[in-house]
Design a protein around this ligand. Structure first.
Ligand code: TTP
Length: 241
């Protein structure tokens, strides 16, 4: 695990010295500020390494509420026991598709990929959470796990090979407040269904981030923890930009 102040130096090492295209995933609880950070970090990095050098890959959230015309995200939030399996299946599928599309259509000279969340946190935070809450049967969990392993180990697509996880750590009270503000100002990237998100739900997701993303051998050394109670501008400064 690296301190956040080293991030700009790490990027420099990757981009200038080793000339590989790093994959950086921005992680964190619901409403931790991922979208804001990605949007504001992109121009800072491009100021240093050239116009269009960042390939920004947002989460395909809009697709989750239009599955052949069905609002699957809303359905899952209303009836998680009935729909969490179908929903998490679709999250994995749509992320895999969006990530592969983004690489295939990326004609610009990208030097790095800045990705919102990852197929790994969808699996180890959200799927685990549904299992823990009893929303998913063991056999459904097994199917999702096999699907995840097939995508990441056999297909091994580029954006699943993550170099760094920028992990935004905000207090759950702060996340809930930001979510409430977003719903009040109609600036919701998802729908009013997110008003069903509770402190307990955020706490549970936060615990799963700790036990999986921050502790598993395959991820833990790639994690850069960031105090996300701060403003986005302060975070960017702390990252060394
Ligand atoms: P978030 O990625 O948390 O989007 P956000 O806009 O809240 O984040 P930020 O403010 O930090 O930019 O996800 C959108 C919703 O999708 C959120 O309610 C969590 C839900 N979700 C799942 O239920 N399962 C999943 O596997 C994933 C990845 C998201």
């Amino acid at each position: 695990m690296s301190p956040s102040g080293n991030f700009a130096k790490l990027l420099d090492l990757h981009i200038i010295q080793s000339k590989v295209e790093p994959v950086i995933c921005v992680e964190g609880n619901i409403a931790a500020g991922k979208t804001n950070l990605m949007t504001k970090l992109k121009p800072k990095i491009e100021d240093l390494y050239g116009k269009n050098c960042v390939n920004l890959v947002p989460e395909p959230v809009k697709e989750w509420n239009d599955v052949g015309g069905e609002k699957l995200f809303d359905m899952m939030m209303q009836e998680p026991k009935r729909w969490s399996f179908a929903f998490q299946n679709y999250v994995q599928l749509s992320m895999f598709n969006a990530h592969c599309r983004s690489i295939a259509t990326n004609t610009q000279e990208s030097k790095l990929h800045l990705v919102e969340r990852s197929i790994h946190s969808a699996r180890y935070v959200f799927v685990e959470n549904h299992k823990k809450l009893g929303n998913m049967q063991q056999v459904e969990y097994n199917v999702l796990d096999e699907f995840y392993r097939m995508i990441t180990r056999e297909l091994e697509y580029k954006l699943s090979k993550v170099d760094y996880f920028l992990f935004l750590e905000a207090d759950i009270e702060v996340c809930l407040e930001r979510l409430a503000n977003r719903l009040r100002t109609q600036d919701a990237t998802m729908t009013q269904e997110e008003s069903r998100v509770t402190l307990d739900y955020l706490r549970s997701l936060g615990e799963l981030y700790e036990t999986h993303m921050l502790s598993r051998e395959e991820f833990r050394d790639k994690v850069i923890r960031i105090d996300a109670n701060l403003t986005t501008e302060e975070i960017i400064r702390n990252l060394g930009f």
